[in-house]
Write a protein that binds this ligand. Structure first.
Ligand code: PLP
Length: 420
């Protein structure tokens, strides 16, 4: 077993890190510059020479909800009819925000607006994606945290809650390579989610399939198609699925989509007509020319993988080198997605985050991957390895590990002093 360093040795290492003046950002799941370079050729694909389709002229107003060829492309990928696809703006989070806001203000179809209820609640599997939680906070939606294991969220708990509480109107899910745990929902979880009885008839699943194409291994994770599954069990309008090309082409310059029943897509299109008569159809066309089809997307994502997989390998390797034998931090190497989730001993995450920050390494603020920014055990940390260079990443993980070990030894010292 590796020798455990003393608090003195760790303090010396920490001081050296602090003196080095690092500025390393592992806070958010941002593609690095090399990844962004991959999509530069897309910008040359629509020019003044491009022969635009005169039937459906992408230069004009027509084309609410996305251009047909791109809807076909995504229809093939998500195994649904193109009519079940809505292409809105350039990011998926804005569509999620928008659907919650419309449900609040106007309600789904003939259902009453959520604002007319005394309270609205969402189930939030934890740890989870902070923007989902922020959308809930923005609209005053109460959040019910539910724990997760390797198969997905605790379905026994969820079934109990949704069957008995009419104010529970939704759940956030990241079913493939969850942010941040990397979890892949099992078939059983998907089927139970699609078939469960809910007290609220307008209960909706917000199925954020952000990492549908972001595999890091030769065996891509696969999840059951919840749109088909919920229809099979008689709940065709239960699911809004979301995806985007933010981490395929350009964040903010990509395309954001919603996949759902034809009825839900009609509702969304109609409810958005005034607000977004048509999105950036020229950009949609660029994406269609660039990605071409499912194989085109796969080839492109392989290029992303070649850039980012060594970073994920490195994080895992350095964590093992630094922490094996300590038994104070646990993680699983993700098979896809953008994050590592690290569980540390209780009451350490906040202090580790602060120590890292003081040494010039930014990680996601501890607590923010929980509703209300509160991790009850203060023990989860999220690492986003894609943005820094390989060299920076190795430094950042070593800084992090020294901080983890220092916090643990400081805690132990405090505990021991209690009994003196
Ligand atoms: N959903 C999840 C689960 C994410 O992790 C992220 C980005 O980190 C997003 C959505 C952002 O998607 P978009 O850029 O399409 O809004």
């Amino acid at each position: 077993m590796k020798e455990i360093e003393s608090i003195h040795e760790l303090n010396c290492r920490y001081k050296k890190f602090c003196d080095a003046g690092f500025h390393i950002n592992m806070e958010r799941g941002w593609p690095c510059k090399e990844q962004l370079e991959l999509s530069m050729p897309m910008l040359d694909l629509v020019t003044s020479e491009t022969n635009l389709d005169r039937e459906m002229d992408y230069r004009g107003y027509a084309g609410t909800g996305g251009i047909e060829p791109l809807k076909h492309l995504f229809g093939n990928i998500f195994e649904v009819d193109p009519e079940q696809i809505y292409i809105g703006g350039t990011m998926s989070t804005s569509i999620m925000y928008d659907i919650v806001s419309k449900a609040m203000m106007f309600g789904f179809d003939s259902y009453k607006p959520w604002k007319d209820y005394s309270s609205i609640k969402f189930i939030c599997p934890v740890p989870g994606y902070e923007k989902h939680f922020k959308i809930c906070s923005t609209f005053g939606i109460e959040m019910i945290p539910i724990s997760m294991d390797n198969n997905g969220p605790d379905m026994d708990e969820i079934e109990k809650i949704v069957a008995s509480d009419e104010f529970v109107k939704g759940i956030w899910c990241v079913p493939l390579y969850s942010n941040p745990t990397g979890t892949i929902y099992s078939d059983e979880v998907v089927t139970r989610m699609a078939s469960m009885k809910t007290k609220a008839d307008d209960f909706r699943i917000f199925w954020d399939n952000a990492y549908f194409a972001h595999h890091l291994s030769d065996e891509p994770g696969k999840i059951k198609n919840i749109i088909h599954e919920s229809k099979k069990f008689g709940f065709p309008n239960r699911v809004f699925e979301f995806a985007s090309t933010s981490k395929i082409t350009f964040p903010g310059g990509g395309v954001g989509l919603c996949i759902s029943s034809i009825e839900n897509i009609r509702w969304l299109t109609k409810a958005s007509l005034l607000q977004l008569k048509s999105g950036d159809k020229i950009n949609q066309l660029r994406h269609y020319f660039f990605l071409k089809d499912e194989n085109g997307l796969k080839e492109h994502m392989l290029k992303h993988r070649q850039i980012i997989k060594p970073k994920f390998d490195l994080v895992d390797q350095v964590l093992h080198e630094e922490l094996d034998g300590w038994n104070i931090a646990w993680w699983q190497k993700p098979k896809g997605g953008y994050f590592f989730c690290l569980k540390v001993e209780k009451n350490m995450a906040g202090r580790i985050w602060k120590k890292c920050k003081n040494a010039g390494v930014k990680i996601t603020p501890a607590g923010s991957i929980f509703p209300y920014g509160r991790d009850p055990e203060d023990s989860y940390l999220r690492l986003a390895p894609t943005y820094p260079s390989v060299l920076e990443l190795e430094t950042a993980i070593r800084v992090l590990c020294v901080c983890i070990k220092l916090c643990y030894l400081e805690n132990r010292e405090t505990e021991e002093n209690k009994f003196l």
